[in-house]
Design a protein around this ligand. Structure first.
Ligand SMILES: *[C@@H]1O[C@H](CO)[C@@H](O)[C@H](O)[C@H]1NC(C)=O
Ligand SMILES: *[C@@H]1O[C@H](CO)[C@@H](O)[C@H](O)[C@H]1NC(C)=O
Ligand SMILES: *[C@@H]1O[C@H](CO)[C@@H](O)[C@H](O)[C@H]1NC(C)=O
Ligand SMILES: *[C@@H]1O[C@H](CO)[C@@H](O)[C@H](O)[C@H]1NC(C)=O
Length: 203
């Protein structure tokens, strides 16, 4: 990767709403003050909408995390108000803020768009859909891979050969049909990035 590309990528990650854990661990000790007023405004705006949109009236309890899922194909996963699941390269896109809640032991979790209030769901044929109400189709198993990447496979459905079907974003940022996904393919790899609002709460 050329140096300027890497710098651009790091800048993008740092100007986002959420932070890659590696940066928190101090491997890239860059100042966070390096933002344009537009970026700051967008971040403030999203946090404001988070608070209004947040809705805790389901599945009380369980571990809840606010994250952006950044794909190894370089897209942030989004669920918009029309129920479209898509990728964006805009790190300040509010639809990329996701609420990830642990549903049960063994890393089973549900992923919901904070602004759109849609769950990500996968049906029997491996199609990703946005759902207003939670069901077993919204359960995904978090698999830890190397280098901070995770993969998310349907906890309910598998391919006919018994293999897992994953949430995946193609090189063009489009969701892939679960049947086309493989754990080894980079389209299925995501880095969960920590969101600032949550950091502030923890501090
Ligand atoms: C803030 O959010 C509103 C509603 O989504 C949007 O119309 C507006 O453009 C946003 N402002 C900024 C600075 O991002
Ligand atoms: C998905 O994202 C792409 C790139 O950002 C955009 O061109 C496209 O219109 C989006 N599709 C939907 C259905 O929102
Ligand atoms: C799965 O979702 C796709 C896309 O929304 C839909 O066309 C298909 O009928 C669904 N299949 C089942 C079995 O629900
Ligand atoms: C990963 O998946 C995409 C989309 O299905 C495919 O085009 C690509 O060849 C796959 N890459 C590898 C290394 O398997």
């Amino acid at each position: 990767m050329r140096k300027w590309m890497l710098e651009k990528k790091v800048r993008n990650l740092l100007s986002g709403l959420c932070l890659h854990v590696a940066f928190l661990l101090g491997s890239v000790p860059l100042a966070l003050g390096d933002r344009t007023p537009e970026e700051l405004a967008a971040i403030m705006n999203c946090s404001k909408q988070d608070r209004h949109g947040r809705n805790y009236d389901y599945m009380e309890g369980g571990d809840v995390r606010l994250r952006q899922l950044f794909s190894r194909t370089q897209w942030f996963l989004t669920i918009d108000d029309n129920g479209n699941i898509n990728g964006t390269q805009d790190p300040t896109n509010c639809f990329s803020i996701l609420e990830i809640r642990t549903v049960s032991e063994g890393g089973i979790l549900a992923i919901k768009g904070v602004k759109s209030q849609f769950y990500i769901s996968m049906n029997r044929t491996g199609a990703l859909q946005a759902k207003r109400t939670y069901s077993e189709n919204c359960n995904f198993k978090e698999v830890f891979l190397e280098n901070y990447f995770n993969a998310y496979s349907s906890a309910k459905w598998t391919k006919q050969n018994g293999k897992e079907m994953f949430i995946a974003l193609s090189q063009k940022g489009k969701p892939l049909r679960g049947r086309k996904t493989r754990k080894e393919n980079i389209s299925s790899h995501f880095i969960p990035m920590k969101c600032r609002e949550e950091e502030r709460k923890i501090e």
